[in-house]
Write a protein that binds this ligand. Structure first.
Ligand code: NI
Length: 139
């Protein structure tokens, strides 16, 4: 059967702050811009998860999208939505909430559960703003 890539989008809203505590506010602002605001700020994030696999001869699906959505909620969205990414999320403790780091951390959360519904995780894309997004393909 042909191998197809299928993508599910989920959305979440969360607070965060970027910066190194040992740096001055000026250096943090020069490096991280508005995302270094000391009193936090938020984004409306989008998470795009692409799964690859052979289409089933029986269903024509790569994976059941409702099962994929449930899995994304259980392992990522329910843990990050309306949370402070730097303080409230156990799997992000000490990670540093750049979009790059979020994509890698979400991959680690999702790779094994996605294999259990019969797909192979291909890409985790995290969009922080309309203009900025990151893609991670593992490795
Ligand atoms: Ni930010």
């Amino acid at each position: 059967m042909p191998v197809v890539h299928i993508t599910r989008r989920e959305r979440f809203s969360a607070a965060h702050k970027l910066g190194r505590p040992e740096w001055s506010a000026e250096k943090n602002f020069a490096t991280f811009g508005k995302c270094s605001n000391p009193n936090w700020h938020g984004h409306n994030y989008e998470l795009w998860v692409t799964v690859k696999g052979a289409t089933s001869a029986e269903t024509g699906f790569v994976v059941d999208l409702s099962a994929l959505s449930r899995l994304l909620h259980e392992h990522v969205i329910d843990q990050v939505d309306h949370k402070n990414l730097d303080m409230d999320v156990p799997f992000l403790k000490g990670v540093g909430s750049t979009t790059e780091n979020l994509a890698v951390a979400f991959w680690k959360q999702l790779e094994s559960p996605i294999s259990k519904i019969g797909g192979t995780l291909h890409c985790v894309k995290v969009q922080e703003t309309e203009n900025n997004s990151v893609e991670y393909f593992g490795g």
